[in-house]
Design a protein around this ligand. Structure first.
Ligand code: NAD
Ligand code: UDP
Length: 325
């Protein structure tokens, strides 16, 4: 239901990206159900929505079935930062696979559109550059990143099998590195690490030489892409890349963060983690053609907004992932 108001479920809706998506959907007048188990997020991300009459919050784990009546489902529930998804790798795989089965079952029963937040990690350490959707990837299936990469690959398989076998109306977005306000300050991702370190004048930790590249997309642009994909015609199943095609080295990101924060931090080198992709850049030709979408926020501007957010929070209010998941 692209143009009318509907009831929309956002799994992982209290997370970094999910909270921005919920906000946009609530502002547009939809009835939004945010479902989250708060493994990697805090209620503060959606606190400002709790008083809105068209917003509901459910504490639930997507690995268990849930019975709801909805028109659209955005499936974002999954730890996304390497430190978070490696914390309990078996649970990460279960979240991707069983979470996909549960939302697809709901989509089948309710005839709802179901959008999967997949990832550029399905390309692994890519040998093709930039990465088009047709590239099948280079993933180490037994490495420390596999619980996430292979979990997301299996979820894509489930989406396309439910589509072919049960005619479920699916959308699969392959999301590249996204950043912005409400990132968890201790999630270990490069943007949050560098800003936190810079604001405290601590050493900035470059893994390896910092020559590896990433393409950073500001969260507002990404959320816009997700909403366009959900509203697109039914043959627009994807997979479709969503990300900012401007590629930067990790060293350049560190230098820019120091410049924008006015920090006295020094760059230090740490060992490169296993299977760390050396380059990553989305080919967004398909998203531009099919969705009329391309990112608009430059890294300098998006980083400045993210730094402003990090200045506004107290780091000691944030906790590591919830134990026992
Ligand atoms: P995040 O960790 O901030 O958000 C994930 C949310 O899912 C959290 O609120 C967490 O508590 C919740 N969650 C985790 N396991 C759950 C479970 N079993 N049941 C219910 N809720 C659960 O991460 P994010 O960056 O906002 O990522 C959102 C989605 O986008 C994820 O699926 C991630 O894989 C995908 N993605 C993100 C990026 C990125 O750069 N941020 C890139 C590619 C894909
Ligand atoms: N990285 C880094 N220093 C840090 C954190 C990360 O140099 O303190 C590097 C990391 O090795 C990777 C890149 O930054 O090459 C992006 O890491 P992130 O964990 O944000 O995301 P992903 O590897 O999943 O793209």
């Amino acid at each position: 239901m692209p143009n009318s108001l509907g009831r929309i479920l956002v799994t992982g809706g209290a997370g970094f990206m999910g909270s921005h998506l919920c906000e946009r959907l609530v502002d547009a007048g939809h009835d939004v159900i945010c479902l989250d188990n708060f493994f990697t997020s805090q209620k503060r991300n959606i606190q400002h929505l709790l008083t809105r009459p068209n917003f509901e919050l459910i504490r639930h784990d997507v690995t268990h079935p849930v019975w709801l009546e909805v028109d659209e489902i955005y499936n974002l529930a999954c730890p996304a930062a390497p430190g978070h998804y490696q914390y309990n790798p078996i649970k990460t795989m279960k979240t991707s696979v069983m979470g996909a089965i549960n939302v697809l079952g709901m989509g089948k029963r309710c005839r709802a559109r179901v959008l999967q937040a997949s990832t550029s990690e399905v390309y692994g350490d890519p040998e093709v550059h930039p990465q088009p959707e047709s590239y099948r990837g280079n993933v180490n299936c037994i490495g420390p990143r596999a619980c996430y990469d292979e979990g997301k690959r299996a979820a894509e398989t489930l989406f396309f099998d439910y589509h072919r076998a049960n005619r479920v109306n699916i959308r699969v977005a392959r999301i590249f590195n996204t950043y912005g306000p409400r990132m968890h300050p201790f999630d270990g991702r490069v943007v949050s690490n560098f800003i936190r370190q810079a604001l405290r004048n601590e050493d900035i930790t470059l893994f390896g030489e910092g020559a590896q590249t990433r393409s950073f997309c500001y969260v507002d642009d990404l959320v816009d892409g997700l909403i366009r994909l959900m509203a697109a015609p039914d043959d627009c199943t994807g997979p479709i890349n969503l990300g900012n095609p401007r590629e930067f080295t990790v060293r350049r990101l560190a230098e820019l963060t120091i410049e924008l924060t006015g920090s006295k931090s020094k760059l230090v080198h740490r060992p490169l983690p296993a299977d760390d992709p050396s380059q990553r850049q989305p080919d967004i030709t398909l998203a531009t053609q099919r969705l009329g979408w391309k990112p608009t926020v430059e890294l300098r501007e998006g980083l400045a907004r993210t730094i402003e957010y990090f200045r506004s929070i107290r780091f000691e209010d944030f906790r590591p992932p919830t134990p026992n998941y």
